[in-house]
Each structure stands twice: as structure tokens, then as C-alpha cells.
Design a binder for this molecule. Sequence first.
Ligand code: PCG
Ligand code: ZN
Length: 872
Amino acid sequence: MLQYRRKSDTIKRKVRQNFLNICDSEVSESVKQWLRMPTFDSRQWEDEELLLLLQQMYLDLDFCSKFAININTLRNFLYEAYKNYNDVPFHNFRHCFCVAQMMYSITWCVDLPSKIGDLEVLILLTSCICHDLDHPGYNNIYQINAKTELAIRYNDISPLENHHCSVAFRILENEDCNIFQSFSAEEFKQVREGMIRCILATDMARHNEILQQFKEITPEFDYSNKAHVNSLSMVLIKVSDISNEARPMDVAEPWLDRLLQEFFKQSDAEKLEGLPVTPFMDREKITKPSSQCSFIGFVLLPLFEALGELLTELQDLIIQPVREALDYYKKLNEASKEERLHRKSIVSDNTDHSSENTPNVTPKSNSSTSIKMKKSLSFQNRTSSRSVDDEVEMGVDHREEIDVEIQPLEDVLEDIESGEEPTEVEVSEKALKFKISTEPTVCAGRKSYPGSRKGSREKVPNINNVDLVRVLQREKGKLRAGMLSFDQRNVYLGKKLSIDNPEYLDEVNKNYDVKCYNINNRNEIDDDECIISKETLNLNKRNSEHSVKTYISDEKRSILKSSECRSLTNVEKLKMNSLHSSPADSLTPDQSPRARSTSVAGTTDQPSLSKEKKKMSLLKNIKRSFNSRTFDSPDTLATDNKITTEGDTKPHQLCTTTTQETESLVETSTKSNRSIISRLKHFSEKFGLTMEKSPVPKTPKNNNSSSKRTTLTLRRTKMDSECCQSLESISKANTLPKVRKSMSAARKGWKFFTGKDKSPNSLDVWASEADFNKHSDNTSIPSSSQLKPDVERVELMEKTKSLTNIQTVEKEASSTSSSDEKQQQQHIHATKGPRADDVHGRNEPITKIQDIYKDHVMVTASNNQQKHTEMI
Ligand SMILES: Nc1nc2c(ncn2[C@@H]2O[C@@H]3COP(=O)(O)O[C@H]3[C@H]2O)c(=O)[nH]1
Ligand SMILES: [Zn+2]
């Protein structure tokens, strides 16, 4: 249901055929000129025409002659790239084209080759084409939270970007597609490094890091300094990647619709799977204008303006249009806000007359309707070729199901309009636990950024010291950021959480704090003791029949007031107090001003806070108090509020813990799928609170969703274990040297397996590698893994081997055909299209092999090379 489709073979064949038919066509002068402009509209072109236009870019920049790129190889490469983009709403082949085309426009506008050289531009253009290869339509945040195959393979470090890059080099590994085949080993190394750097730079989790670095070097930018050029290249590909809003409105808006479509699908999946809901993707939290105000204002424009500082020619070309787009969306947002206020005043007028009997709950049907109304009214003055409103309409049922008592509608709308939702960069940074730097330090004293990998070298704090109270604080952060799933939020804000006596709890909290301090010093809290998995408790169900009522039990109160609570020295208490009084102690140095104000606001007891928010604030106090226990060294007093890279995991800096840092600590220390309920349970146990079952009747719907959830969980667990087994065997083999005595031998092997002789169909047949790759990546998409037990795979391998042997024999037989015939075939392949006898003749056994792969060998396949080697 949630899975996107791969391109169908029929469509791929058709595009290939059409491309071969037109690839020698001359592009008219007017199109050539338009192609150099950001106003270019890709919607008017078929896929094969876009391929032709990509070819035109290489030709126009004279790359084919400058780098001895064979035109047929270029065509093969472009077609393979096309083939490896999926049919997803946004991250598809057209997006890749647009990114490449924006890079091409910038190239012409600022005469990039004269500044950074032809090779760097070749690297950039090729990177743009490859930068989202095989994108599954679900971003890194999903990959990491759902622990997909890709996240596991790449250890949560830019899983998608690593995958895109890997697929790119798989394509280039094939001689027929390797546009760099004439390069020396050293040159190829440079290209590879450059492409990896560029493609990995497109991970939005690294946005601040890359932008900051670039801004630091801009005043003294030196084009002869390799590190400076590398930094510029990363900014250039990032700019191209998010440049839709620099295009004319009628070009840009359909892209936004597509993006939101992809976003909504992901957040829907997250809700269904009980994962944290990515707030900027949540159909209940964003609108088009709110999304764009936030994205353009906080992410896009700062990046564009930074580039505009260096390349001033870009001001008119792309920066001004972006400013206009921001103004446009701001106006829409304002209009929407006014409309809401107006509606609010009407509603309050009405309720003034009939308030006595009206329960203080926002009716859920009203809620949904209001959001829809708001959206449709907001957009009424703008036509769109395809509006997300349709999507929103389609989601009515689902939304009504989940739109229950989470947050009063007005609060939601205020959050939307005030842009309180965290940006993609902020959320991505949080999801990223490590950071891979593709760049040596550009300038001395470089700042550190959240998730920096550098910190991983530091001593990891004693994770056993992680306290549930801190976990709760993290969840509160998530709550504010909208990252909790429905049921998590429901339980959190859910009405049954009642702490009877806040003052008393404060006292308990203080005492507990001290108790924990002592316990931690004794190292007695075991992480596993703290967390109960959601599978075990099975409490994390949508509309769970359990609601949590907590209260303080008198007996446990006295326990908490134990004598060890008073073992802190006055000095330590003083330190704790000084920390508590620091309002900025939850800030990271590179948080945006907006994020800062949000954080500070989050710690302030504002009159407007809802009752639930106050409770959470109380819990936060507990956490703050608890944090101070880590102040066990006098050095820590000198620590300012900065979290440096090195400090990410330093125990002594826990005092300045940010939500993010806390998250990373907790994430490091705990296994991932632990539910908030289990944390609450543990928390309540620690505090002597009890959880009560509330007599909420189960609806059939709830039953269904619960059982569905359970099934999902079980399946996932099974997959994980199988996956681990397969990975173990594969990874062992992968560490061995490649069985590749020589390039020619390897290629021969490839050809045997994939039919990579000169047959006209070679591109399609060769796709088996990429298809195979895709199957292995299916787990990057929700609910799609189909792992087979190892035994079955071994059997299939055997079966495949025998088929491959047949193929080898056939290949050997066919290799006796005259070289003339081969040349002829190659010519046809490049210019005219397939020969009928080839389509149905020699390739048949290969198709069978492919079928076997498609049907059965979908395992982990983290290294396709290994598998191919085995089979050959
Ligand atoms: N809200 C919003 N996000 C965008 C826009 N353009 C790009 N992005 C996001 O920025 C990301 C850049 O990397 P990706 O292409 O993977 O995914 C992109 C989107 O998630 C836009 O116009 N609006
Ligand atoms: Zn992209």
C-alpha cells in the first residue's frame, strides 16, 4: 500500500528505444539557449527528450572532446541513470534532470569552468544526475527510524545519499556506461572523491555544517585552494538540489505539490508504523505556505544568499526569484492567519452564547474540516496543475481516525502559521547520529555541528546513567516538535496522565535527583532495567485500550525521601542551582535564532501553556535537576553553553545537554524501538507511581489496528534477525579482496552474467545488476522486505549458477561470431534500436536468470559485486 512502484520494463524499453531514435538529433538553437536558463520547464519534455537534453549539456560544455567521452558510453550512462530513478512523486528522474539543469544554468551564468575548471564542472554535472538514484520516496529520517536495510547498511550515516552514490558507481563500473573510462587511475580517483563529496553533501542533515563552512571562507575565497573549491562545489549542488523555488511559479508549484505528496505519504507511513512522525511532513501540521515560509526562509534563502555573496551574478538569476517566492508564501500565510482569526472570533461569538453546555473539546470532525477549509481558502487565489489539497481530501478518513484530542485545533494552526514546526534541517540533524566529513578542515577553528562524527572519538558517557526522566524530557522535545506518533502523543497529552500534587512532586523530584546521583556514582542503574520494549509491553497501540493514570503512592514517597538523598554536598547543590538558572542551557551554538527562541520558550511557564504543557514542564524540571548530577568535576563549571563536536558525548558536558544531545545519548544507550509507554512505566515505577487501566471501550477499529500493529512488529523482528544472518555471511565475504584478477576478466564475467556483449539489448539486460540492487533495497520502503532464508538462497544460487553456465556456454558460442557482426550490433545499439532476433534470441536465458532474481533472491545483497562474482 505504501510502496512506490519501480519503473515498468515496458516503459524503460520504450524510453530507451525512443532515446536511441532521437539521440542523434540536433537540438535547436532556441532550445539550447532556454536550456541554459533557470526558467526552463521540464514538464514540456518526454523522458527520452530529457535524456537528449542531458546529452546536450555534455556536448555543449565540450566534455566529450575534452575528456574523451565516447558518445555511446554517455548515452548508455544517461539511460542507466534514468532507469535507476523510481516512479516516486518527487525524487524521480525529472527531479534529477532539474537539478542537473540548474547546475548547467549556473555554470553558464557565472562561467563556472573558468573559475573551478572543467573537471570540477564535469564532476558536478554528473553528480547532479546521480544524486538521488534509486530514491525510495522515504527520506533518511524514515530510513533511520524504521531501521531499514539502508540505514543498517550505512550505520545511519546519510543512508540515502550513500546509496545514491553507490548506485552511481555501480553504473559507472560497467565499461559501456563508464564515461570516465579514458581517465587515468589517479584522475578517476579524483572524480570518485569529488562525486562522493558532492552527492553526500545533499543530505540536509549536513546543511548547517556545509553552509557555515562556506560562509567562513567566502570573505577570502581562493579558487586555487582545493578545499575552498570543494566547499563551493558542495554548496552548488545543494543550491541546485533545492532550487525549485528559484524557477517561475508555474514551474515551481507542481514540484511543491509533488514534494508534499511524498512527505505526506511518509508521515502516514510513520503513523501507521508507530514511528516518530516527521513534523514537516505531517499533513496535520503543515500547509503549503507554512512549509514554504519555513523552508525558504530558514533553509533555502540563507544558502542562496551565501552563494550570492561569492557569485554575485546569481543575484538576479536565482536569488531574487527566491525572495519573491518567500514574499508570496508569506502573504498567503498571513492571509491564512487573518482568516483563522476571523473564524475564531465568529466561533467565540457563537460559543459565548452557548458555552454552558459545550464540552471543552474540539470536535474531531470540526478539526479536520477546519484544516481543510483553511487550506482551500488559502489557495483559492492560486491555481495549481495539481494541488495537494486533493491529497488532503483523499486522506480525510485517515485523518479523522487519528485527529483526536491531540492538540486543540487553534494551537495547531497557530503553530503552523507562526512557523513553529522545526525545519527539515533541524529534524534531519537530530536524526543523524554521526556525521561523515567528506572534507578536511577548511579553516582553523572550525566550529562543530550536531551529530558530528568527531565526537565519536570521545569517551562515551556511561550510558547506564541515562535516566528515564531524561528520556521523558526527550519525548517532551519530540512532543513539541511533533515527532511523537499518534498514540505516543495521545498518551503524553492524553488526559489520563495526572500528577496530583506538583509541589510535592517537585520535592520528590529533588530527592530522586540526589538519589540518582548516588546510584549513578555506584553505577547501579542498568540500561535494560530502565527500558521495557514495546513488544514486551504491547502497550504502544493506536487508540490503546490502556490509558495511563499515574499518582504518587504514599509508601513510595517515603522511600524516595531516603537518607542517601541528602548526601550531596552544598557545593554540588550550588552547581546544580547555577545550572538550573541558566535559561540558555538547552541551546546548541548553531541553532537558528528561531530554534533558540523556541527552546527558551519551551522552558518558560507561559500563561498560555495548556495544562498538559505545564505537566510536561514539570517533568522537564525533573530532568534538569537530574542532569546536574553529572556535574561531578569542577571543570564542568567552566563549561559554557556550547556543545562542541568533542562535547557531543562528553560526560562533563551533560550539564548543557540539549534535547538533541540527550537524544543522541539516549539513542546511543538504548535499543531503538522502546516505547514511550514503557518509559512512562519505568518512570512511574521509579517514582512509585502506578499505571492504571482505564475502562476505555475498545472499538472494532481499534482491535484491528492493534492486531495489525502486532503483526507488523513481529514481522519486522523476524526480518531483522534474518537480515542479520544474511548480512553476517555476506559481510564476511565482502571483506575479502575482490576476485578480479584484471579489469578485463571482471568485465568478461559481467558480460557472461548480464549479457553485456554488444547486443542491442545490453542496456536492459545489464539492468539486472541494478534491479538486483533495487530488490535488496526494498527495505528502504515501508513494509516491503521479502527476505528468504539462507538455505533457500543457497539453493537458488546453485540454480542460478547452472543457468549462468548455460549462458556462459552460449556466450562462448556467440563469441565466435565475426567481429563485423559485433560492430554492426554496437552501431544499432547506439543509433537505431534493437534487432528483432536479438530481443528474442540470445537474451532469453538471461531473462530467466533475472526472473529468478526478481522472484527469489531479494536478500540483503549489500554487495552485489560479491554475488555476481559468486555466480560467475
Ligand atoms: N518544504 C520544502 N522542502 C524542499 C523544497 N525543495 C527541496 N526541499 C527539501 O530539501 C531536500 C533536499 O534534498 P532531497 O532532494 O533529498 O529532498 C528535499 C526536500 O525534502 C521546497 O520547495 N519546500
Ligand atoms: Zn534531490
